[in-house]
Design a protein around this ligand. Structure first.
Ligand code: ADP
Length: 350
């Protein structure tokens, strides 16, 4: 009754372009439309229609136009991917950081054990010789006592350093602030340190002076900070025997610099050396004694005083560590700066 053209025209009016259709006879032979390889989305069998044809409707091949939910689903997918990516990134980063901290801590334990082992071995050995009367002669015996005194002092220094590190790490409550004369504190510390350094042939020069520059500080903690800088200057100066302490006061700040002409520090390490347990590559490769807590402690102390510590250094040329503190009051002062980014060429070599 209805020809092929008529049926096609009706179908194109009532079906959206995303759907295709076909009619098949009772034997399953396609009469109109293309037999699709796709499964039919809907089938109206001949019996149900009361006609001799079965109607098949299926999705038209080719790209489907986006449904209204598609952009939303895509957005959700992108967001989920981003969240997962960020999650993985943070997990990997914190794992890497934890591994780094674990490595630093085990390096620290190894360094501390080593630092303790060598003086203990030498003390044990000498004590044995003395106990068995094997050092009868005056000269060797006196020498042995000298070694005992030196190694005992070294052990005491180590223990005190570790205890102070723990104490000053506890935060501001560990400090007892009072008004102190900075120039006097530097002078006293340098004088004490000179005795120790002179034994190793070092000369400590103080350049500049501070008169009545008063800061609110913890005397013991600041002495420890300055001592650490002086100790490092000596430790890391294998070829030069002169250390310079430079004093300056500007505005409401006072600066104390410790300058050496030692091995220096590569620029990429200059920030990290203030982190706890971090030792420089040169310090490790040259097997210079140390545990990597000295500068972390100095930074902790200086920060508790509202000050700053900075380093200017060049490998092979030397280093200058400068502590800057806020001052309470100032008398007269002379000016010498230790803030130049280059080490001072005027410092005489050994
Ligand atoms: P330690 O000296 O016990 O290793 P510190 O925290 O005092 O630990 O110093 C950290 C690192 O900084 C040292 O291992 C060394 O590489 C570097 N450093 C510190 N002071 C100096 C200096 N005056 N000259 C050269 N390198 C230094």
């Amino acid at each position: 009754v209805a020809g092929r053209r008529h049926l096609t025209a009706i179908a194109s009016r009532v079906l959206p372009t995303t759907l295709a259709w076909s009619l098949s006879d009772a034997e399953g032979q396609t009469l109109i439309g293309d037999a699709s390889p796709l499964p039919s989305a809907a089938v109206r069998p001949a019996a149900a229609a009361g006609l001799p044809w079965t109607l098949h409707v299926f999705n038209a091949p080719g790209p489907q136009p986006p449904t209204p939910q598609r952009p939303f689903l895509l957005l959700v997918l992108v967001l989920v991917t981003l969240v997962l990516g960020a999650g993985w990134f943070f997990i990997f980063r914190s794992l890497a950081r934890e591994r780094q901290i674990a490595e630093l801590q085990s390096d620290f334990v190894a360094a501390v054990s080593h630092e303790f082992r060598s003086p203990l071995t030498s003390i044990g050995h000498i004590s044995e010789l003395l106990a068995h009367g094997r050092l009868e002669a005056d000269g060797p015996r006196r020498e042995a006592y000298g070694v005992l005194v030196r190694d005992t002092a070294r052990l005491r220094g180590l223990v005190e350093g570790l205890l102070d590190f723990g104490r000053f790490d506890a935060g501001p409550s560990a400090f007892r602030f009072e008004e102190i004369d900075v120039g006097e504190l530097v002078e006293t510390t340098v004088a004490d340190f000179r005795d120790r350094a002179a034994a190793e042939g070092f000369r400590i020069d103080v350049v500049g002076s501070l008169e009545s520059v008063v800061a609110r500080a913890d005397r013991e903690a600041m002495t420890r900070a300055l001592w650490n800088l002086l100790d490092n200057a000596v430790k890391y100066s294998p070829d030069s025997r002169t250390i310079r302490v430079e004093l300056a006061a500007t505005g409401d700040r006072v600066a104390v610099g410790v300058r050496d002409r030692g091995i220096g520090i590569p620029s990429e390490e200059q920030q990290r050396i203030f982190d706890r347990f971090v030792r420089g590559t040169a310090a490790k490769s040259r097997r210079i004694r140390g545990t990597g807590i000295g500068l972390a402690m100095v930074r902790q102390i200086v920060a508790a005083h509202g000050g700053e510590i900075a380093v200017a250094s060049e490998p092979g040329q030397g280093s200058c560590f400068t502590i800057q503190l806020p001052v309470v009051s100032r008398g007269s002062e002379t000016w010498r700066a230790c803030s130049s980014s280059k080490t001072n060429p005027a410092l005489p070599s050994a």
